[in-house]
Ligand binder design. Structure first.
Ligand SMILES: *Cc1c(COP(=O)(O)O)cnc(C)c1O
Length: 496
């Protein structure tokens, strides 16, 4: 399997190189033209466990890893880190299905990929004498999932920056209590955008050059890395298998998937599964009020020139869905010139447009819709009252959009991307319609308890136990000091 850039076929890499680099030199994303030729026999995986299916898929898509390397990576990633043996259980929500992707250490779907990526990176580094320092800015969720995935992994260190006092109290505690000898967590004076631009600048800073001279390269582990994408294809196959086992469908029958979407990574993995032979009928792309994708999938015009909206589904507050570039590459039949032109337009004008012919190809597979905050809360309430299921705001966006777009007569699987207990206040208020008059001073744990009492369900242990964990990460710096901070940590404090 040879990977190359979506924007030119000359820049080549095997999967280990692609995983270590993340992004191509020309700014494009790594893709492989062999994806369509790889196919997974559903009968062959029918009796396999989650880990075995994962190994099978990794050995097809990341074929320069040895079997031993993949076995070790899968075992480290998925043993003891999820609170269920099946990793991603499938359950019912009314007449539809919920693929529960929130059973990992941080209670959100990014765990599935971020438990695996560090293992793949570490194996790719072995024997090279090189080390990697991951630096990431987070608005709350991704950073924690990355910390959990990278902690105590050989030859890799991780530093996460978050905006001081601008993450929720639960998110703050998740990070401030983080254990691990190779991890650092640091607040910065500024907002999330400041943190993110600060991290971007680090990649061309003097600090980066100095680290590089001592054999440490910076990396970001973001969602365009194929090492994050590939692990996400696994649960599409897993959920299909379970529908077969429960006689909901027969092997070969088509299924719809509805995916709450931000950067287009999760839903792209569903498209990869389809290209690998999974009988997917439609992929329903669900957005919140930052509905740039709904507009694109309806009109063929991608236009990020619009107001950024803060919503109650913050992990989907995104105006540039980077992974869309990969879908356009495959659906255009591998037209690098077209992709280069579109992405040039996007960076210069914030806008691009595809032809009506290409749009109709896209629409054969991708459907779309969106929910605003009011509709999202309504969907949380409705799911609870009609089906007894407690869902988080991201999943609720999907629930609303699924009901409007699913295909008659075809089972639909809704990807549930976070535990409702990660967003207990909004979920509690949506169901019980009780705006607390004096909510000031009430913290996340207060609502965790209220939600638990009100619904007779238990909050995940990893969130409940935060209350009693010691805060061990207290660093706070100015943006200008980020370069000095990573140098000091990498050279003095951190044990690689
Ligand atoms: C990241 C995230 C999403 C969006 O996934 P993409 O791969 O960026 O489309 C949806 N829900 C939750 C809870 C997330 O953390």
């Amino acid at each position: 399997m040879i990977y190359h850039s979506t924007r030119n076929k000359k820049e080549k890499a095997d999967s280990k190189e692609a995983i270590l680099k993340g992004l191509c030199d020309d700014g494009g994303l790594f893709v492989s033209d062999r994806l369509r030729e790889v196919s997974l026999d559903l009968n062959e995986i029918s009796g396999l466990s989650y880990k075995e299916t994962a190994k099978k898929i990794f050995s097809l898509l990341l074929d320069d890893y040895t079997e031993e390397e993949l076995t070790a990576a899968v075992e480290s990633a998925y043993t003891g880190s999820f609170d269920t043996e099946s990793i991603t259980p499938l359950s019912s929500i009314g007449d539809d299905f919920l693929l529960e992707l929130y059973h990992g250490p941080t209670c959100a779907f990014k765990d599935v990929a971020l438990q695996m990526l560090p293992q793949l990176m570490s194996k790719a580094l072995k024997g090279s004498g090189k080390k990697i320092l991951i630096v990431t800015a987070t608005s709350g969720d991704t950073g924690k999932a990355a910390l959990e995935g990278f902690r105590d992994v050989d030859d890799i260190g991780i530093i996460v920056f978050y905006p001081y006092k601008k993450v929720s109290d639960i998110q703050y505690l998740q990070m401030a209590t983080q254990k691990g000898k190779n991890v650092e967590v640091c607040a910065i004076n500024g907002n999330f955008d400041d943190a993110q631009s600060g991290v971007k600048r680090l990649f061309s800073s003097n600090a980066c050059k100095k680290l590089s001279a001592s054999g440490i390269s910076l990396s970001s582990a973001n969602s365009i890395n194929i090492g994050r994408l590939v692990p996400q294809t696994v649960y599409y196959f897993e959920s299909y298998k379970r529908l077969c086992h429960e006689n909901i469908i027969k092997p070969g029958d088509e299924v719809d998937f509805c995916v709450p979407t931000g950067n287009f990574g999760d839903v792209l993995a569903g498209y990869y599964a389809k290209l690998m032979g999974l009988p997917v009928h439609s992929l329903i792309v669900a957005s919140n009020e930052n509905n740039v994708l709904t507009d694109f999938l309806t009109t063929g015009v991608y236009d990020r020139n619009r107001e950024f909206r803060k919503t109650i589904s913050p992990s989907m507050d995104i105006l540039i869905s980077s992974n869309l570039e990969r879908m356009l590459y495959y659906i255009s039949g591998g037209d690098c010139d077209l992709i280069s032109e579109l992405m040039k337009n996007l960076s210069e004008t914030g806008r691009y447009e595809i032809s009506p012919e290409l749009l109709s190809k896209v629409q054969e597979i991708f459907k779309s819709g969106y929910a605003n905050d009011r509709e999202t809360k309504e969907a949380i309430r409705r799911a609870y009252n009609d089906t007894g299921r407690l869902i988080d705001p991201h999943t609720a966006v999907g629930y609303k959009v699924m009901r409007e777009n699913k295909t008659e007569g075809i089972p639909c699987v809704l990807l549930s991307t976070a535990s409702p207990y990660k967003f207990c206040r909004d979920v509690y208020e949506a169901i019980f319609d009780e705006k607390e008059k004096d909510s000031a001073g009430k913290d996340g744990f207060y609502y965790m308890e209220k939600l638990s009492e009100g619904t007779g369900t238990a909050a995940p242990e990893s969130l409940r136990s935060l209350k009693s964990k010691p805060v061990i990460r207290k660093d706070l710096i100015d943006i200008e000091d980020m370069g000095g901070y990573i140098l000091k940590k990498a050279h003095e404090d951190m044990i690689f």
